[in-house]
Design a protein around this ligand. Sequence first.
Ligand code: HEC
Ligand code: HEC
Ligand code: HEC
Length: 477
Amino acid sequence: MTKNISRVQPANSLVQHARLRRFGVAKLAVAFALFALYVAWHEAHGPGAPRTDESLITQARADDISQLAQTTPTPAAAAGASDLVKRGEYLTRAGDCAACHTVDKARPFAGGLLINTPFGTIVTPNITPDPGTGIGRWSDADFLRAMHEGIGKGGERLYPAFPYAEYTKVTDRDVLAIRAYLNTLTPIHFTPPPNTLKFPFNQRWLMVFWNMFNFDEGRFVPDSKQSAEWNRGAYLVEGLAHCAECHTPRNFTQGLKASSRFSGALQAGWHAYNITSDKNSGVGNWSDNELVSYLSTGVASGRANAAGPMANVVTNSTQYLTREDLDSIVTYLRAVPPISGGETRPRDQWGNPANDDVTALRGMTINAVNGAQLFIANCASCHSWTGQGVGASAPGAYPSLIHNSTVGASDANNLTKVILHGVNRTTKQADVLMPAFGAQLSDEQVAAITNYVTKQFGNPQSTITVDQVAKLRKWPR
Ligand code: HEC
Ligand code: HEC
Ligand code: HEC
């Protein structure tokens, strides 16, 4: 075909050329629109807006299986309904709906999370059963269509900041269980503020293009060559738990790069690490138990602690999963093909204890931007001046910074974010809190501590500049 074009008559060639050019312009316009929308979507998936969503479901939790029983005619039907609701509650957690739909603990699932993008703000809707402002008037078919096709009650296209690209894999039965649970929540009369997207991003029909390139509507299809456990893991990871939304890099249109699944991506300043089975770049050197422990408590002792968006995932979602489901997730992750990011050593195998900084510092005049001094003053009380931490094997302990995945990572983004924003994680084991230092330390000081910590306790090639700290600080938690 291309060969032929070069051989056509000049007159034809002009027509061809004009056509090609028109096609080129159209393609460019579509590509631009897609690109912009993807950027918006991409940003939506980091903590682009604060996700104040710790244990938000607690209040919503037991609304009221007993109440439901009272209004249900027969005891058998009541038992069936309450099983369905319990299952729905579990699945709602697996899908981490609260992460985006609960902003204020006093208004569980009433929406209002502002997802900031360069094109304006997308606001999460109220999904409580309130008939006026929530989804009380939605039929089950409407709800299924939203989850499976990304289409709202009025037929409008939903933005992919709502992860329907993954939820489409969830069975009708599970989607309806989620619906049954949502139906038992206290209806909250609350209308979140409207989206303020600029033209053309306020044009929902543009999602048709987005979907064309990046969305495959359809339920999960089990692979009969794999074990039941693998299939359950695939169903959860690729579906409700939407792990790829953060851990998979995106192509130029901001779609998930199928060839690099789970090889790590940046999300609003945070690095959602490579979790493929690669021994150096991924989690191939972790044991199954360590992965299960990380997902259920946020700690893989001597390797990693969950901070930032991952702390929220553990707090709201993975800590509630059953041992069987966690084992399945791990089985599936183990089977994800290794993808190397070029690291020569696992993130959690860097660093040595400090042995002479304290004596070297004695008698030195205090200098506001000396990393070692700042570390001693701000961090050593909990992590020890040697960096080895305190009580490191207990839940909620102050972990060692040596052999810690965030300190040994190939970039210092997460370490900087941890210093700026602290760590907040609530699990059955512990309320984990590391204070945020963003308010009392300047960008220069944060950079100095970060560079000291990576050099002394982690990967010395990971450094951060003052400008980068300033940029990371601008992202909300
Ligand atoms: C990563 C953030 C995120 C997560 C997680 C999330 N949602 Fe949403 N959801 C959104 C956004 C944003 C919208 C609005 C999209 C729009 O305006 O087009 C939305 C819209 C919806 C809608 C359409 C409501 C309406 O009024 O149009 C429903 C229903 C819904 N979500 C249910 C759920 C359920 C159930 C879960 C958990 C299984 C969930 N969402 C998890 C972000 C999220
Ligand atoms: C909202 C974004 C987000 C989602 C969704 C998410 N992660 Fe993460 N994940 C992160 C970030 C960010 C980190 C790094 C945390 C840190 O530095 O403390 C991380 C870290 C991890 C780690 C530890 C890697 C290491 O070396 O420290 C594992 C394992 C992991 N995630 C697995 C998962 C699994 C499995 C899922 C799905 C059930 C998932 N994540 C969903 C953002 C996310
Ligand atoms: C009041 C005690 C306290 C102080 C002070 C403190 N931390 Fe922490 N730090 C913690 C706790 C608690 C955790 C989280 C432990 C967990 O995840 O179970 C933590 C976690 C970390 C992590 C691991 C995060 C991850 O994602 O893996 C790093 C790195 C870290 N701190 C560095 C620092 C630095 C640098 C300073 C000084 C600027 C500092 N900490 C000051 C208590 C403290």
